[in-house]
Design a binder for this molecule. Structure first.
Ligand code: PEP
Length: 246
């Protein structure tokens, strides 16, 4: 299975900076041995779709609505994303769960509408620092994953999972390769109980992955790629992570 390195730009970028970044990434991944995507703010989808044309770079969104269409001001549907060539959509990022009140059930519905539109959801799960310190890591992550499995049935083999310990996101504090592998193995086992195709589900690690720590994380047997925030905004850093995934 090819590894997947997906950048999450979050609410960063502007037309000029995006242009330089995407051109550098497209050039840098000409011979990449892994799949590479950038999940960009919705207003920039058209720009990045044009910049990536003819390259290996895949386009991703950072969220989508759980509704198909209608009176949902401010929301963006899966069908709209699809029209702009979106291949992946992050769902359930901890920042959406934390600042926008997204529940496990909403995240599961978002994964479902993405799959129905032919978009691969990158489903984020992960515990907060308080939950880890209270010894609740496995319980929390299993609960988040179970909601998505319950709502998506056999389609679960079509998703991508991102294990992102909340305490490691944007903090410079990374899970050790062993800590991450332990959680990835747990998620793999949970997926195995739900589908005979669990081995083809890519489980990404996210949380302060950078050029220096990527290789040791990506060497773990159940780490199938990375979801990269801050380091995806600098082409040389992002390209070094991509090289580490080869
Ligand atoms: C993320 O936002 O998904 C993430 C992993 O961010 P960072 O790499 O900046 O920790």
């Amino acid at each position: 299975m090819k590894k997947l390195i997906a950048g999450n730009w979050k609410m960063n970028g502007n037309l000029a900076a995006n242009d330089a970044l995407v051109r550098a990434v497209v050039w840098g991944i000409r011979e990449a041995a892994c799949t590479v995507a950038v999940c960009v703010p919705a207003p920039y989808l058209a720009q990045v779709q044009m910049l990536r044309a003819g390259s290996q770079l895949e386009l991703g969104a950072q969220d989508l609505s759980q509704h198909e269409q209608g009176a949902y001001t401010g929301e963006v549907s899966a069908a709209m994303l699809k029209e702009f060539g979106v291949r992946y959509a992050i769902v359930g990022h901890s920042e959406r769960r934390q600042y926008h009140g997204e529940t496990d059930a909403v995240v599961a519905e978002k994964a479902k509408v993405a799959l129905a539109a032919g978009i691969t959801p990158i489903v984020c799960v992960g515990e907060t620092l308080a939950e880890r310190e209270a010894g609740r890591t496995e319980e929390v992550v299993k609960r988040q994953m179970a909601a998505v499995i319950h709502t998506n049935g056999h389609c679960i083999s079509e998703i991508v999972v991102a294990y992102e310990p909340v305490w490691a996101i944007g903090t410079g504090r990374t899970a050790t390769p062993e800590q991450a592998q332990q959680m990835h193995a747990l998620l793999r086992a949970q997926l195995k109980a739900a589908t005979e195709h669990a081995d083809r589900v890519r489980i990404l690690y996210g949380g302060s992955m950078n050029a220096g720590n990527a290789a040791s994380l990506l060497a773990q047997s159940d780490i199938d790629g990375g979801l990269i925030g801050g380091a995806s905004l600098k082409a040389p850093d992002f390209l070094q992570i991509i090289a580490a995934a080869a």
